[in-house]
Write a protein that binds this ligand. Structure first.
Ligand code: ATP
Ligand code: MG
Length: 286
């Protein structure tokens, strides 16, 4: 199982990029699991999961910690995953960490450490080709060590000095953690030269940088609550996202042959627009 974490400053396109990658990979038959560790749960929402429709890990953190302590992660994980994740029609499993419940509740350390254990458990299962983590803005998630030994630090950035500064930090922290490779995606570019200019600011090799054009279609899809590759398949952004996917695959190497080999025999869902099959309805959540 290859592991990818999306990092970078706030609002630079981490969730947009990661959700498109998940979708494209799943529709090729790859088995994809994604961990939404951003407390604002934007990735889950991108796939049409209403904000309060899923029971999150933070909501149940005391019971989960107790369960893991008593029975160990191997025994507890199947139930945690069953209760705190959803499966889209494209077969993407989304695990939702959730937000801090109340003011003064403290940090997300225990929830992030649960995510770390679930990742390890998932890897041991050998069912998934790819695990992706959508993170909260800024370098903090790397400070918690979640991504140690990951295959790829997918650094999202805008072609600006401020965004590049955060990218420099997450590049360094990823390297410190032993993440095997880094790829920088310069999002919302005006001209191709933005990519090389930003690579210079971040001090990353230019062959590890790739651009996505600014495209109103992304904003329109976002506002409509639709998946970009479904509603604007011929847009500039989707063309660029396909190139990003190819670059990601070049970095991480072969991904087929683990989960996807198994996927055929278990009837992996066909390529249809995503709808969510198993989440708590807002009514029952109330
Ligand atoms: N290539 C693009 N062209 C135009 N708009 C874009 C592009 N990529 C992303 N956006 C828009 O930028 C905004 C932020 O994107 P997104 O939510 O993916 O960023 P993020 O890094 O995940 O943010 P956060 O740090 O808040 O989680 C969204 O409104 C999205 O529609
Ligand atoms: Mg996001």
């Amino acid at each position: 199982m290859k592991k990818i974490i999306a990092t970078g400053k706030g609002g630079v396109g981490k969730t947009t990029t990661l959700s498109a990658l998940c979708l494209m990979m799943a529709r090729e038959g790859k088995k994809v699991i994604v961990f939404d560790t951003d407390p604002s749960m934007n990735l889950a929402m991108t796939f049409g999961i209403p904000f309060d429709a899923v029971s999150t890990i933070t909501e149940d953190k005391a019971a989960i910690s107790e369960d893991i302590e008593e029975h160990g992660i191997e025994e507890s994980a199947p139930e945690i995953l069953e209760e705190h994740s959803v499966l889209t029609e494209d077969g993407i499993r989304i695990v939702i960490m959730g937000a801090i419940e109340h003011g003064g509740d403290g940090c997300l350390c225990s929830a992030i450490s649960t995510i770390g254990m679930l990742l390890e458990y998932t890897e041991g299962l050998g069912e998934y080709d790819i695990a992706l983590v959508d993170s909260q803005a800024g370098p903090e998630v790397l400070g918690r060590g979640l991504a140690s030994e990951f295959d790829l630090n997918l650094i999202l950035t805008e072609p600006t000095t401020k965004s590049s500064e955060v990218s420099r930090q997450v590049l360094k922290l990823g390297n410190d953690l032993g993440v095997k490779d880094s790829l920088m995606v310069v999002n919302m570019i005006d001209e191709p030269e933005d990519v090389a200019r930003t690579a210079d600011m971040v001090k990353i090799s230019k062959d590890r940088a790739i651009g996505i054009r600014f495209d109103r279609c992304v904003v329109k899809a976002d506002r409509a609550g639709e998946l970009l590759p479904d509603v604007y398949p011929d847009s500039d952004a989707v063309a660029d996202l396909r190139a990003v996917k190819a670059a990601v695959e070049k970095c991480i190497g072969r991904t087929d042959g683990i989960g996807s080999a198994r996927a055929d025999s278990t009837g992996h869902p066909a390529a249809t627009p995503s709808r969510i099959s198993n989440y708590r309805s807002p009514a029952s959540a109330a």
